[in-house]
Write a protein that binds this ligand. Sequence first.
Ligand SMILES: [Zn+2]
Ligand SMILES: [Zn+2]
Length: 279
Amino acid sequence: MKVHVLGVRGSTPAPGHAFARHGGNTSCIAVARDGDAPSLLLDAGTGLRGLGALLGEGPFHGTLLFGHLHWDHTQGLPFSRAVDNDGAEVRVCIPEQGDGDEAIDVLRRAMSPPHFPIGPEGLQGSWSFESVAPGEHHIGGFDVLALEIPHKGGRTFGYRVSDGHGSIAYLSDHGPAALGPGPDGWGPYHEAARALAADVDVLIHDAQHTAEELPSRAGWGHSAADYPVRLAELAGARSVLLFHHDPTRTDDDLDAIVARFAGASVPVTAAVEGSVLEL
Ligand SMILES: [Zn+2]
Ligand SMILES: [Zn+2]
C-alpha cells in the first residue's frame, strides 16, 4: 500500500517560510492499494487540496473516513477539485455520534449557511453519508479497525488500516492524559491505543506538544510527542510518524523534537506534507 501524506498540521493551517519544509496544511492522508489510485482518505483538512495532483486532476472514487469533525479535519472538503467534481463518487463515513442525528446533518452543522455558502448536498458528484461504529470494517478496499480514543469536544476515533500486507495506525488527535497521568505522565497506554498501534508498520500519531508543554496544555486533548514513541515500543509498531504539528512549530523546532528520539528503539520522524510511504 501507498500512504500519501497531504496535510500534517494541527488546529489551523501554518503558512510561511518557517513551516515550508514540513508543510502548513491541516490533516489529510490518502491511502492507495498497490498500483491503484487512492481509495481511502483519512480526514479532509486543507491538505485535501493536494489530492487533485495525485489523481492527475481526475475525480476521486472512494471513501472519506473522518476521525472526528473539528475544523482542521473538515475545512478542505469543499476546496478539493478531486472530490468536488462532477465525476466524483464519495462515500463519507463519520464516527457514530450517539445522538440519533444522520451523518449528513452532523456535517451540515459546520458546513451550511451562514457559516459557509453551501451544505454537503451542494458538493458536485455522487455522495453518500453514513456513520461508522467502533469495530472491524472493510472500508475503501482496506481492513479498518475503528476504536474510540480520548480527545476534547466530540467523539473521536483512531483507525488501524491494513491491506493484509502493510498497515498504519492513524490517531491524529489523541489526548490520553484525560485518562490520568499513566506511568510517564503523558497519559496511560490504554487498551484502544495499544490495539490500534499493534504491530503496524507506521504509527501516525498526534504530537502537538512537547513533554514540557503538556502540563499547561493537558486539557486541550492532544499528546506529547513522547507518548507515541513509548506506545510504539509497547505495542510493537515498527516506526513513528509524528503528526498534527502545532501551528506555531517551525521546521527547526520539529527537527529538534525528532533529534530527541534518536536513541529510541523505533525510528521516529516528523510528518512532511507531500511525502509518500510505501509499505
Ligand atoms: Zn485536529
Ligand atoms: Zn480535534
